[in-house]
Structure formats: C-alpha cells, structure tokens
Write a protein that binds this ligand. Structure first.
Ligand SMILES: [Zn+2]
Length: 842
C-alpha cells in the first residue's frame, strides 16, 4: 500500500516535470471539430503551448472583455527571433517611421510579421478551433516545413477576438444539441436565438469597430496592433452554409489609396491557397462580394495601415452547428470548416515567408511615401475651433490618438487668408487660421488612413459595396473644416487646457449645452439628486450670453444639499472638463428670468429600452452601451415581448430601437402604449420603429414616393438578366450623408446650428406633421452631400420629415428616422438623441 502510494506520487511528479507538448487533440481529449471548445479551454491550450514550447512562443494577455474573459496574443517564431522579439518590434516601427526614438531601421534580414485574427464574429466558430490546429502546426517538432518558415517570419495569433460572443454561441449550442448532432437545418441547433453570438457583450459588431474603437475589445487590441504593425493580416470569418470558401483577392470596390503592391500580393496569396484547395478538390471563389472600402474592418484597416489585409470566409456560421446539410446534399462538418481555415492560415504564413524581404521592402516604401509625399490632394485639413466646437474637437482628437494620427493646434493667428475646400459649403472658400484651430497634415505615416477618414467624397469605382459609403469625419463630428492643397504653416501650440472650476456658494450656476460633456454633466448631477432646469430661449446675465438649452442650477429646490452644492458643481464639471458659470441673481439682462415659464424644471427621467426578440440587436446595443459606457445613466432593459406585462407607470421615457414590434398590432398592448403616452409618457422611436408606428392610425404617416420619377421609356425599363445584381443598386442607399435643416429653437435640436449631417441608410420618408407637432429636422431638395445613392431614389429624397415631435395628450412621440449614433461613431448625432431623452417634453 505504502509502496504503491509512493509510486503514484513519483509518477505524477514525472509527468508534471516532463510534460510533453501536446497536440490540441491530445490536450482536449477529443478531435478538433468533433465538439465545440469553450473559450477557457482554448486559453488553456494556448497557455499549454507557451509553457511547453517557450523557446518558440511568447504568450501575452492584452486585456479582457466586458464579461471578464482574457484576450490573448501568441507570438510564434524561431527561437532566435523570439529571443529578440522586442528588437524586431522596435525595428519594425522604425521601418514605418512611427518609432519615437528616430533611430535608423535595418531592412536587411527583418522578418515578415503575419497576424492572424480568429473569431471576431463569435458565432463563426470554426476559426478559433482552427487557431489551435495552426499554432500546433507551427510548434509541432515533427513539422519541419513550418520551422523553415519561422526563420524569417513572426506569426502573431489572436485565437479569439470576441470571446463573449463565442461563448454565448457555444454555451447555447451545447445546451440544445442532442446525443448526436442533427444536420437538418430545420433542427433547433441551427437556429440561434436573439441576440446571437456574432457581436460582443453590448451587441456591437467588432468587425465594424477597428477605426472607431468604441468597444473595449477593439481599444485594447488596437493598442497592440499599433505597437506591432504587421505586414499581413487575416480576419477569419464564416458565411452561409452553402457558400464555398472565399479568399483573396478581394472584390471591387477597392479604395483608391490601396497600392499596386497591396493589390498584387493579394493575388499571390490567393494563388498559393488555390494550390492547396485544388489538390484537395475543395471549392472556393475570389474577387466577389467582399470589397475593400469602409475603413473599419479587419481587412481595410490593416490595408490603410500599410499591410496586406484580408478576409477569409468559410461556409458555416451560426447555422453550421457540428454538421449541416447543404443544398447539394453534403454534410458540412465543423471539422471540415476548421480544416479549411487551418489550410489558408498556414498557406498565408508560407507565402509570406517566401516573400519576406519583398514584404519588408514594400512596407517600408508605403510609409516612406506617406511621410514624403502624403496621400491625397489635401496637404492640410484645418478644423475651426470655436467654443461651441470644443467638446467635439476633443472627442475627435481622442479618435486621432487611438489611430496614432498626428495633429497640432495652431499657436497663433496667421496673417492673411487662405483658400480651401469648405466641407459645409461644398466649394472652395477663403478661411483664416486662428489660435486653437486643429491642423492635420497629410505628410505623416498614417497618411492613407487620414485621406480615407477625411476625404469629403470617396471615389467609388463600383457602387456594389457591402457597407456604408460615406463617413467623412467633418460631417460625422459636425465640424467646420477646410481641405488645403498646400501645406499650411503655423507654429504648433499646446493642447487646449483642461478646465478647473472653483465656484463658491452663489445664487446659482449655468452650464452651456454644447455636446456630450454637457450631457454627462447633467446625467451625473441628476444621479446625485441635484435639481436642474433649462432655458428654452437664449438669455444674457452678468454680461454673459447663454444659448438655448443652457442648464441652470439654483439653490431653490436644492436646499437639502446646503453648502455642498458648490462642491458638487465643481467636482462634476471638473470631471467632465466643462465650465460652470456663477450667477449672482435670477434677474436677467436679456431673455426671461429664472422664475419664468420659459425656464423648465427637468425631472430625472426613468428610462426603459425595448429589447429582445424582434428588436434590432445592433440598434438596441448602441443605446445600451451609450447609457452604460458613455453617459453613465440608469437604463432598464425590457423585453418587447413582455410589453403587456410591464408596469409602464414606472417609466417616463420608452426607447424603441429599430426593430419589428408585434405588440403594435395587438390591440390591448397598442392601447396600453397610447394610454401611457397620453398620460405623459415620452416615446422615442428610432429608424424602422418609426416606419412601424407609421402603419398605425394614431402616429406619423409615411410619405408616398413620387411616381413621376419612375416614368420612363417602357423598353429601357426592361431588365437585362445579366444585370440583375446591378439593378437593385438603382434603388439602394447603402449609407450616405445628407444635410438636414433643423429648427434649433425646438428642444430636440438644442446645441446645434440650423443644420445637421445625417447618415441615411434607407429611403423611408415621412410626411410633415401638420397639427400638434413639430418638424424639427427636414430634408430639402438636393441635400445629398457624400456617398452613394441609387439613381431611382435620389430624386425622391426631399420634402420629408427626418426628425420630429408629435404631441399626444400630455405626452410626446419623438421620431428619429435616421440612426443618430450609428455604430457609436456618428458623434454629432448623440446630442440630439440625448435631447430626445432629457429635454423634449420637460
Ligand atoms: Zn464574419
């Protein structure tokens, strides 16, 4: 007995100290692809490899998700390269002209850097399984081929960009699959429930977030990416079950900044993959569907950052399960899917290794060209910086910082005037440079990205694109900008100073309503129980002018806070970098006194967000994320299907995101909604929710399209079969910028000039509200500014309501027909959304 025990301990000790590097199959205890691997096990395997192949692998945790799952990068190369990994990284930044030390780079012998990103869409699950197979092939001692590649190549593997989404899918799938998987697509295991695992915790699509970095996964990952700057980047995806594999070269449109080399090498890579797919008899396609235009993808962002960026797509996705019956009668298994991604991953490393010196040379040229010549016709973008713009300028510089775009603030006013493209007028105009104006010069390493983000109109060689076609930052941020064809010279000044308030006990305080910092201040004051009012008209007091929407905090109503009111104001305004103006009297010089009916008391709204089955998960997620992560204001998420069972008197504001609302067709619930509004409730309807309300007999009406625009020669109207995919483009608006006229005397448009640049994604139009309401944002003729709009809808988009408020009993319905905070990067719309929640109806 005693002997046996000792033997067991010795055996354990032996196994522990001589732990063998295991393949994923050995480590997991099942063959990859026969089961779904939860994220923690994938992490364990990567840790196992790093611990047992430490000479060739370095594992780094770069962050964690909203649900506290770790985010990992694994660096794999020859032991020689791994031992000087930091030198390789620094030399690479020197090659890209972005190193701070300005030391000379060494091009000769610099290894290629290949970055493979898996599972950005959580329910496209085969790729993280393939990641384990791929790292194994790289470290497997018997695989001599990969060892050869690793001599001149550093491979970076992110095994799972979106662990929260992946586990949402995997946990669900494992809970519904039977003893044996069922390949029939009718089976429930192929029908993933709302909101699906594609997105992250807040239902954001992380493959739309590379440039904007609104989500913590992207923020943490991009810090690493920008410290490394790979030459080749692959984003692994899945598509419909019946689609053959897709790999590079990509489809048109290509953005014009993409270089010949970047185009050519995509073909080289694609041909290398084809070799393996041909040998195995696998089907694939290239040059179709997946284009290179919108800058915030895992292929375009790397391309605009000097790399060869690519998307690979395997058939499968959430309908794939462990096996799925295709239209051709084959069963596509998870093993097949993982094997295909594994094959293209290794082929990418191989072809990069074979071309390593060329990759290094072209990478360096990309950045040298950027620094010496700059990309695009504008040498400097000048952004005017008035007091009213300060908050949005500060949000913009945060975005520039995230993308390592250099900028400066003008130190002094330059004599004379200059001429440049005025984004707001759409033509060349004169302008001056004044202290504090923001300047971005194109001659810098990130020049291509700057051009893509700032150009007023992107050149589309093919309008059949996957995504929106306009995102020019001056419109997204609503900032007056000039594009100058000559480089503007001005001495660089300091960043605007942060504001420090030190108000003392006084009659009251006024805070201007200028942007998100103002909203955050209001939200924080409300949370702290401070009573706030706002003025619906401009006023002048103590020689200072204040515009509509200015927040007024006076002692009246805040007696219980006593002397602490001043310190709450100081602390809250300092945190939000906003000025609190002291006032000593309620007697205004111009406008209305604070006791007037034009000064409104603001009740802290109790806000509900409709969510769940039928609701657009991205749209609901944008709002959920905004309340929690941007303004930190309480929000209750309610399932739309529970509508009839909710005590709505607990809420003041109901937000209805884009979606499909069955309860509007069910009389008891529809009556309940009307009753709640009549009693003082405020309904905020977004995008397609507006369209749904327009089908009822008590809300806004859809505008019938003008048929005259459709009348044409009957023969030219006949469709040509081969052109059928093109034909739909004539009526398509994939996302284009329009100028909306605003009535900024209405609380919904407080804080805005009399116009707003909106992102239009559909041709839904609404009639003007004739009685009992306000047409706050309207679309006039010829208001399209940037992006693609199909020829058959272009002429119809005018004389319609985009943003409006309808009075109903004691309540209101706010119509927001366009998305005001698209993917959370459409900065200038957020204030209007907040007006709908906090200002309208107070
Ligand atoms: Zn995908």
């Amino acid at each position: 007995m005693h002997k046996k025990f000792l033997f067991a301990v010795a055996t354990l000790f032996f196994i522990y100290t001589n732990a063998q590097l295991k393949s994923p199959d050995e480590f997991l205890g099942y063959k990859v692809g026969t089961r779904y691997t939860p994220h923690w096990k994938i992490v364990s395997y990567f840790q196992h490899v790093a611990a047992n192949a430490s000479a060739n692998v370095k594992l780094e945790q770069y962050g964690q998700t909203n649900e506290a799952r770790p985010l990992l990068l694994s660096f794999i190369s020859s032991s020689d390269n791994i031992s000087r990994l930091e030198q390789i990284r620094l030399n690479n930044l020197r090659l890209a002209n972005i190193s701070k030390d300005r030391a000379a780079p060494i091009e000769e012998g610099a290894p290629a850097i290949v970055w493979l990103s898996y599972n950005v869409h959580g329910n496209e699950t085969s790729s993280s399984e393939a990641a384990m197979m791929t790292i194994w092939a790289l470290v497997d001692p018997s695989n001599t081929k990969t060892k050869e590649w690793l001599k001149n190549t550093v491979v970076v593997i992110d095994p799972c960009i979106n662990p929260d989404g992946r586990d949402r899918y995997v946990n669900w799938f494992n809970s519904v699959v039977g003893k044996n998987m069922n390949p029939s697509l009718n089976a429930r295991e192929h029908r993933e429930p709302w909101p699906g695992g594609r997105t992250n915790h807040y239902n954001f699509d992380l493959n739309r977030d590379w440039a904007w970095q609104t989500q913590i996964e992207s923020q943490q990952r991009m810090k690493m990416y920008n410290q490394w700057m790979p030459y080749v980047h692959v984003d692994f995806h899945e598509q419909g079950v019946n689609n053959p594999y897709y790999f590079a070269p990509a489809a048109q449109p290509f953005h014009e900044v993409i270089t010949e080399w970047q185009r050519d090498f995509q073909v080289t890579i694609g041909k290398n993959h084809a070799k393996y797919f041909d040998a195995n008899g696998w089907l694939y396609f290239t040059k179709e569907v997946f284009d290179l235009f919108y800058p915030s993808y895992g292929d375009t962002y790397p391309i605009y950052s000097g790399a060869i960026g690519m998307t690979y797509e395997q058939g499968g996705g959430p309908a794939g399960g462990l096996g799925a019956l295709t239209d051709e009668g084959d069963t596509l298994t998870l093993s097949d899917r993982a094997m295909h991604h594994y094959t293209t991953g290794l082929s990418t490393i191989e072809v990069s290794s074979l071309n390593a010196s060329r990759l290094v040379k072209e990478f360096r040229k990309f950045f040298n060209d950027a620094v010496s010549n700059g990309v695009g016709e504008y040498k400097t973008y000048l952004i005017k910086n008035s007091d009213a713009d300060r908050q949005r300028i500060s949000t913009l510089t945060t975005l520039l910082d995230k993308n390592e775009i250099q900028y400066e603030f003008a130190a002094g006013s330059s004599k004379g005037t200059f001429t440049g493209y005025n984004y707001f007028s759409g033509k060349d105009d004169m302008f001056t440079i004044e202290v504090g104006d923001l300047m971005i010069h194109s001659q810098q390493p990130r020049s291509a990205m700057i051009k893509v983000l700032f150009e007023p109109k992107s050149k589309l060689v093919d309008s059949n694109t996957y995504d929106i076609t306009a995102w020019s930052l001056p419109y997204v941020y609503g900032l007056k900008t000039f594009g100058s064809k000559t480089k503007l010279q001005s001495s660089a000044g300091a960043k605007p100073a942060t504001i420090t308030n030190n108000v003392s006990d006084a009659y009251g305080y006024v805070i201007r309503w200028l942007g998100l910092q103002s909203v955050k201040t209001l939200a924080s004051l409300m949370r702290q129980g401070v009573k706030v009012r706002f003025s619906e008209t401009p006023f002048e007091i103590n020689g200072q002018q204040f515009d509509r929407g200015s927040l007024i905090i006076i002692k009246k109503g805040n007696e219980k806070l006593g002397n602490s009111l001043a310190s709450i104001i100081n602390q809250t305004c300092n945190t939000n970098n906003i000025k609190a103006n002291t006032i000593t009297t309620g007697f205004v010089d111009k406008g209305f006194d604070f006791g007037s009916g034009k000064i409104h008391f603001m009740k802290a709204p109790r806000v509900a967000l409709l969510t769940g089955e039928g609701v657009g998960s991205n749209s609901a997620g944008e709002i959920w994320n905004f309340f929690e992560q941007s303004i930190d204001y309480p929000l209750t998420l309610v399932n739309a299907n529970d509508f009839g069972r909710i005590n709505w008197s607990d809420f003041d504001v109901m937000i209805m995101p884009s979606g499909n609302y069955r309860f509007l067709n069910e009389k008891p619930s529809a009556d309940q909604l009307k009753d709640w509004i009549n009693k003082g409730g405020r309904l905020v309807a977004l995008e397609s929710a507006v369209g749904q309300l327009a089908k009822t007999d008590w809300a806004i009406k859809s505008k019938k399209s003008d048929d005259a625009a459709d009348k044409k020669d009957p023969y030219t109207a006949l469709q040509v079969y081969e052109e059928r995919e093109r034909e739909f483009l004539r009526s398509n608006i994939p996302g284009s910028i329009f100028k909306v006229q605003l009535d900024n005397t209405h609380p919904l448009a407080f804080g805005y000039p009399n116009f707003y640049y909106t992102l239009k994604q559909d041709d839904a139009l609404y009639e003007f509200i004739k009685d009992g309401g306000w047409n706050v944002g309207v679309l006039k003729k010829d208001s399209q500014v940037s992006g693609f709009v199909g020829s058959s809808v272009k002429d119809k988009l005018n004389d319609a309501l985009v943003f409006g408020v309808q009075d109903m009993g004691s309540g209101k319905i706010v119509y927001l027909a366009d998305n005001l905070m698209f993917r959370s990067f459409w900065e200038n719309g957020k204030l209007m959304f907040c007006n709908a929640v906090f200002m309208v109806g107070q």
